[in-house]
Design a protein around this ligand. Structure first.
Ligand code: UD1
Ligand code: UDP
Length: 364
């Protein structure tokens, strides 16, 4: 099979780490196209080197912009590429604007779309990712799901059962492959911290960064947390902290630039607890045995809450500190969700080799 996979933003790179080698080992022609949605070396290149991901065959240099601009430019460039290349299918991963652009461009060219990480739902249409997921899933010919619940969500949205394949969580496979090496890095010591002696934090979702009072509540909780908080700041968050006048220059907060994937796994594994609004980090924390506090109104990664690895809290000072205290005192062991294992990429290969049913009407 000739398969093209679209990547664009940080969490996409991690998802294709195990996938591309598995496809190539099975004898398929598998290439990457990088839209350029994320472009700083620390948001993009570092993942290719840390995960030994093959060099993308095409770079589309889309860059930043409003949702419509970023998605539209990516669609235009992907359409041109896909019309020339005519792969057997286009694989899109996750829920970022590059995912949406790929799904739309391919569907209009009658190229089957395969969605990896299909069926996750926060039921919150104020999230750009929820819009992207809904559209990508409606356009997809094959849905590769991380949990049984994701499959049930798709069935409720009238997706044909035979198009849904419960392959498991590819982020979990990546953790299992890379955590042993990552743990030896002791990355926290580079920040003057000891294993077990700090909280790791990330914040980048618009529901937190675009609301000054929420961002201030989160920063206030970091400033008064019972352990130092190591905070690698996402590039969309840094200017917004300044714009909203939210102070983070206090002794308890150790500000840092974003870090590479292996360092991030090391930092997560050694943290006493994690506070985040990231989708991927909720899953990684669950795999690494580090209690997670998710500062959001909802989560599409509900399974991590169900197994006891994650606590969902609103962006309020007292609520965050109470949840963090609970996480620091609580258990560090829980059941691993089903099929969050090392065979996910293999199941994806098997699903693809089972045959891709073209979208309705595109059979001929
Ligand atoms: C995007 C995804 C989000 C995902 C996140 C992962 C969408 C709608 N959002 O959010 O789902 O969780 O990536 O990190 O697709 N910037 C840089 N350098 C970069 C990239 C971005 O400085 O390499 C800055 C720019 O100012 C840009 C801003 O970050 O405007 C936001 O980038 P963008 O890709 O639009 O969205 P994210 O917030 O990164
Ligand atoms: N990550 C990283 N360095 C950082 C922050 C995050 O390597 O400084 C990794 C993290 O371990 C996970 C992925 O980036 O694998 C999650 O991406 P992000 O939080 O940006 O997006 P989301 O998953 O919320 O869409």
């Amino acid at each position: 099979m000739r398969l093209i996979t679209v990547v664009g933003a940080r969490p996409n790179f991690i998802k294709v780490g195990p996938l591309i080698p598995a496809l190539r080992d099975a004898g398929h022609e598998a290439d990457l196209v990088h839209t350029g949605q994320h472009y700083d070396a620390i948001m993009s290149d570092v993942f290719f080197s840390d995960l030994a991901i093959p060099e993308p065959r095409w770079y589309l240099d889309v860059g930043s912009g409003t949702h419509a601009v970023q998605t539209g430019v990516a669609m235009m460039r992907l359409e041109e590429l896909l019309a020339d290349e005519r792969p057997d299918a286009l694989i899109v991963v996750g829920d970022v604007n590059s995912t949406l652009a790929g799904a739309l461009a391919a569907a209009k060219l009658h190229i089957p779309v395969i969605h990896l990480e299909a069926g996750l739902r926060s039921w919150d249409m104020s999230m750009p990712e929820e819009v992207n997921r809904l559209v990508a899933d409606q356009l997809s010919a094959m849905h590769l799901t991380p949990t049984p619940e994701a499959g049930e969500n798709l069935l409720r949205e009238n997706v044909d059962a035979e198009r849904i394949h419960f392959v498991g969580n590819i982020m979990a496979e990546s953790v299992l492959v890379h955590a042993p090496d990552a743990r030896e890095r002791g990355a926290c010591r580079r920040f003057g911290l000891e294993p077990g002696g700090y909280v790791l934090a990330t914040v980048h979702r618009p529901e937190n960064t675009d609301h000054p009072e929420r961002l201030a509540a989160v920063a206030g909780a970091f400033a008064h947390a019972p352990l130092p908080v190591l905070f690698p700041v996402h590039p969309r968050t840094r200017p917004l902290l300044a714009e909203h006048g939210v102070g983070v220059e206090t002794p308890n907060i150790r500000l840092a630039d974003p870090v590479g994937y292996l360092d991030m796994l090391s930092l997560q594994g050694d943290a006493a607890a994690i506070v985040t609004d990231s989708g991927g980090i909720q899953e990684e924390a669950c795999m690494l045995g580090t209690p997670c506090v998710t500062v959001r109104r909802n989560t599409e990664r509900g399974i991590t809450v169900e197994v006891g690895a994650n606590t969902l809290v609103p962006a309020e000072y007292d609520a965050i500190l109470a949840a963090l205290a609970g996480a620091l005192d609580g258990p560090r062991e829980w059941a691993c969700p089903k099929r969050w294992d090392e065979r996910v990429s293999q199941r994806i290969v098997e699903a693809l080799e089972g045959g891709i049913t073209p979208p309705n009407g595109c059979e001929g």
